[in-house]
Design a protein around this ligand. Structure first.
Ligand SMILES: *Cc1c(COP(=O)(O)O)cnc(C)c1O
Length: 477
């Protein structure tokens, strides 16, 4: 708030408080203002209250110099406050962190085709639950079932709100009140309060841990199987690696044991993928097709991790189990919505042409793009910042590493190029904080006391936006 030198005596304080305009008088004046007059009265009213409260608190609690109380300046503050209140809370953040599937920044970006499909599904009526051939009621799940089966090699499929929901639903359907055997090395916590033992408890299934943290053998499962066993579960340890003296039981071996004992086998893949990332020089992750091929009755995975689609939980499985799941009343509570379904369908269809999917699905592109692409963006950003012509700022291009994020490929370090920025008299934390206040906001990272922007996750058209944000930061806005 603009400040004016002022004597800070107690009398003066009282005089200032008396001089404060009333909310009513400010509202009256605001109604006549061409700009504020257009804004809903309720918004102006709470902005006026907030500003007057702030000034009063300022007068009572600080030693001054006090805010200038001229109506013009109060009006300017009220306008800023209403602008803030009118702006949406969910806002564009430029991801310069280099973490591709950044959970806090919305995980995966959608392809153009998926975005357009969402717009159509949102603005038009659709055949969401209407069979156009028969004119009768249809099932929303059938919209993506065929393409999931085609891409994953499964017999049947089902989709819900997210993968946590998919796991819960599967356990609730096949193992409620019965024991589920899981290796101790796979009792994952993925963050956001999703822990396998807790989800298990919620579903009413009974966790039966076997083996040790680093080693689990077939005989551990075999000796745990009893008449109350309901399921053999394998969980992909997406967000950590157990290295050294280790042993685990493959899905194939579990399926063999399940067949022998007449028990279903499920694998929670977490960030399931449809492409073999090792072909692109990244960590080998099991593909959904491999898990299905190994004979799992149920395979669950996320829509917005390595798949690069919307938040969703996909269940690939055998016809009989999927049909039972569909009849579970929980299914309705975890129902996928039509916008998600539209985006998911387009994303899955893109995988029919893998080379094209690697370019059009942003998550896949960011994970596999060439160093030349990143370098070109880094040079463009460094150049734009230098062109601001402000001698307080220094920037250089440095080498660093990006991460896959989303709890996927935790040990993978992707070589990248970052633009390192330092500004005279502003700390790295200060730059970070101020760039987050811009709109669009810019999120970077701090490494050895330097503010970095990793260009791997920055979209081409965001480079101009970053340099504008830096320029506003320099001008103190
Ligand atoms: C991420 C993850 C989940 C949860 O998936 P969401 O789509 O975030 O609900 C479940 N299991 C594993 C192993 C995961 O990595």
């Amino acid at each position: 708030m603009p400040r004016k030198k002022n004597d800070s005596g107690a009398n003066d304080r009282q005089a200032l408080l008396r001089g404060l305009p009333s909310v009513e008088s400010m509202l009256e004046a605001a109604a006549a203002d061409p700009e504020l007059g257009e804004i809903p009265r309720s918004v102006v009213k709470s902005a006026v209250r907030r500003i007057i409260d702030r000034v009063r608190k300022d007068i009572l609690e600080t030693d001054g110099p006090f805010s200038d109380l001229s109506t013009d300046l109060l009006f300017a503050e009220i306008k800023k406050e209403t602008a803030r209140a009118q702006a949406e809370n969910l806002t564009h953040v430029i991801n310069a962190t280099g973490v591709v599937v950044h959970t806090n920044l919305g995980r995966s970006l959608l392809s153009r085709r998926a975005i357009e499909h969402i717009a159509t599904a949102a603005g038009r009526y659709s055949n969401l639950e209407f069979n156009l051939a028969t004119g009768k009621r249809g099932l929303r799940y059938e919209i993506v079932e065929e393409i999931i089966c085609e891409m994953c090699g499964c017999e049947a499929a089902m989709v819900v709100n997210n993968n946590a929901g998919a796991v819960l639903l599967c356990l609730d359907t096949v193992a409620k009140g019965r024991e589920v055997i899981v290796s101790r090395g796979e009792l994952v916590e993925i963050g956001g309060a999703f822990r396998i033992p807790d989800v298990m408890a919620r579903s009413g299934a009974i966790l039966r841990e076997v083996g040790t943290t680093n080693r689990t053998h077939p005989k551990d499962y075999e000796s745990a199987i009893n008449e109350n066993t309901g399921l053999l579960l394998k969980v992909h340890t997406s967000n950590y690696g157990i290295v050294g003296f280790t042993a685990s039981v493959s899905l194939k071996e579990l399926v063999q044991m399940g067949n022998d004992a007449g028990l279903p086998v499920m694998e929670d893949l977490g960030s399931g993928t449809l492409v073999d990332f090792s072909r692109y020089g990244l960590t080998r992750e099991p593909t959904v097709r491999e898990s299905v091929g190994a004979g799992a009755d149920l395979v669950t995975f996320s829509g917005d991790k390595l798949l690069g689609g919307p938040q969703a939980g996909i269940i690939a499985g055998s016809r009989s189990v999927i049909d039972t799941i569909r009849k579970n009343p929980l299914t309705r509570a975890l129902r996928i919505d039509k916008l998600t379904l539209a985006a998911l369908e387009s994303t899955l269809r893109a995988y029919r042409d893998e080379p094209s999917a690697m370019k059009t699905i942003p998550t896949l592109y960011m994970l596999t793009c060439s160093m030349a692409d990143i370098e070109e963006k880094a040079a463009r950003l460094a150049n734009a910042i230098e062109h601001l012509g402000d001698n307080r700022i220094q920037c250089r291009i440095i080498e660093s590493v990006s991460r896959a994020g989303g709890g996927s490929m935790p040990l993978l370090e992707l070589p990248t190029k970052c633009v390192a920025v330092s500004i005279k008299a502003i700390s790295a934390a200060g730059i970070d904080q101020r760039l987050r206040q811009q709109r669009p906001a810019v999120a970077g990272r701090i490494e050895s006391d330097t503010f970095l922007m990793d260009l791997r996750t920055v979209l081409s058209d965001e480079i101009e936006m970053i340099s504008k944000a830096v320029s506003l930061l320099l001008s103190g806005e």
